[in-house]
Design a protein around this ligand. Structure first.
Ligand code: NAD
Length: 335
């Protein structure tokens, strides 16, 4: 039987414009509509991709040519808009982070389950060759027993990033935090994905060092202990002078490791033959392609479903609690 092609609508056309390109290149997916409150931006992107432009989210969800709602609006809207999409019978993809708190994530997971639709959290870096191969290495035990996992990001965000239409950045209500919640969340997700669940945030500190117009941190640091006994750390800042491409993870175990800060990952193994065994875990390159593969029966698993996406929010919450209350914070064992 021929595979079904799924209609995809992208909602929120900041970074969402780039997502339109990803959808265009995704197997068994077709970009059918875009949505944004900003009429000028909406008209531009609709024209560029030759698709329908809907200012009204309700009108978008009423469209029969939309099977997947790909939500790229400010983070504090993800669960609310995702729930609406699920209730309209659409599969849901939400940008990272899943929302701004764990309760909202739980409500979205429950709504998608109730509606019988798929929910993916768009930690898009999980689909890169680099991250796929790291996960393969972990799954195959190529690093041996995991010892240390570090996530690091040193970027700059100018004051203008937090102003005007983008003033939702750096707020608790819509961004859910600062440099950890918005920028470093990819590294937080990658570390969780590869190292497994965190048992305790041993200590954390956050602060505002280089900005005047934000309410959340521009530098955050956390020390972690994982359930498998390994240790880890997270460091993320948007205070780095001017610009730095420095962002990545570093993981090592008893037999090998990897550092991803550069264009190409740097692998290290006691047994060099292991490097030749590295391969992707799944062929999918985007969240929407992954959803289409599930709908078409090619796989029964999403690379990052709601439960996986929620883990980053839970860790983030524990880090902020640890920093605020100056104490270690235990995380519940995964169900
Ligand atoms: N995966 C990635 O690499 C990546 C990169 C950047 C941003 N993001 C995520 O994407 C989301 C958006 O971030 P951004 O940087 O593009 O923000 P942005 O402010 O640049 O763009 C957001 C867009 O959403 C529109 N919008 C706001 N409310 C809306 C509503 N109710 N209905 C329809 N449109 C609405 C705005 O008009 C704007 O065009 C955030 O959750 C962010 O964390 C992901």
């Amino acid at each position: 039987m021929a595979a079904k092609t799924l209609g995809v609508a992208v909602i929120g056309l900041g970074m969402g414009r780039a997502c339109c390109k990803w959808v265009r290149d995704s197997k068994n997916c077709k970009l059918t509509a875009v949505c944004d409150l900003n009429e000028e931006r909406l008209a531009q992107v609709a024209k560029e991709f030759e698709v329908a432009g809907e200012k009204s989210y309700d009108a978008l969800l009423a469209r029969k040519d939309v099977d997947i709602a790909y939500i790229m609006t400010p983070s504090g809207l993800h669960a609310k808009q995702g729930i609406q999409a699920a209730q309209a019978g659409k599969h849901v993809v939400v940008a990272k982070p899943m929302d701004v708190n764990v309760q909202a994530c739980d409500e979205l997971i429950a709504a998608c389950k109730k509606a019988g639709v798929l929910l993916a959290v768009d930690f898009n870096s999980r689909f890169s060759d680099e991250q796929q191969k790291i996960h393969f290495a972990v799954q195959q035990g190529l690093f041996g027993k995991l010892i240390l996992g570090e996530g690091r990001l040193k970027w700059y965000r100018a004051p203008s990033y937090f102003e005007g239409a983008r003033a939702w950045h750096g707020t608790w209500k819509m961004d859910g935090g600062g440099s950890l919640a918005n920028q470093t969340i990819h590294q937080i997700d990658q570390i969780l994905w590869h190292m497994g669940p965190v048992e305790q945030v041993v200590a954390a500190q956050t602060g505002i060092f280089a900005h005047e117009n934000i309410e959340t941190e521009d530098l955050g640091l956390a020390l972690l202990r994982f359930r498998n006994g390994a240790l880890g750390s997270i460091m993320g800042t948007t205070s780095y002078p001017k610009d730095s491409p420095y962002a990545g993870i570093e993981i090592h175990g008893t037999e090998g490791g990897v550092l991803t800060t550069f264009d190409e990952p740097k692998w290290t193994f006691f047994d060099d033959a292991r490097a030749a065994r590295l391969q992707r875990c799944v062929p999918y390159k985007t969240s929407v392609e992954n959803i289409a593969a599930v709908v078409n029966g090619e796989t029964d698993k999403l690379v990052c479903d709601g439960a996986e996406g929620r883990r980053a929010n839970a860790l983030l919450t524990a880090i902020y609690t640890s920093a605020r209350e100056k104490r270690s914070v235990d995380l519940p064992a995964p169900k």
